[in-house]
Design a protein around this ligand. Sequence first.
Ligand SMILES: [Zn+2]
Length: 118
Amino acid sequence: MFTNERARHANEEIALERYLIETPHTAENCLALLEEVHAQGYLNNFDWGCRAGTHTGWVVIAAESEEQARMAVPPLVRARAHVTRLNKFDCGDVASLHPTGRGDAARSPTKRQREKTT
Ligand SMILES: [Zn+2]
C-alpha cells in the first residue's frame, strides 16, 4: 500500500512527487511570513519551530516538479527556502544498500555465541 508513493493527477497522467519545504526566516520577518501563509490559506498545513526559537516552517506537498513546489513557498522567503524531493525506502532497499548485502548478518553470530556460553 505504501510502496508506491506516486500519486496520479485525476485527468492527466502526470506523476506527483512529495516535496519537503523548509522556510527558514528571522524573528523580525516571522509575523509577516505568518500573515503571508495565512493569506495563502496554508497556515494549518505548516509546522513551525518559532516558539522553540527555530524560526522555520515545514510542510510536505505534492507537486509535479521542484519548480512547482517552490511556487507554493510564500514570496517573502521563496529565495531562501529549501525544497527537497522525498522518497521512501522499503525492506528490499535496506538489504540491497547494506555493504554485505545481508542486513542482519552482523548481529546473528554474536547472539548465537552468547547463547552457547550461558
Ligand atoms: Zn518564525
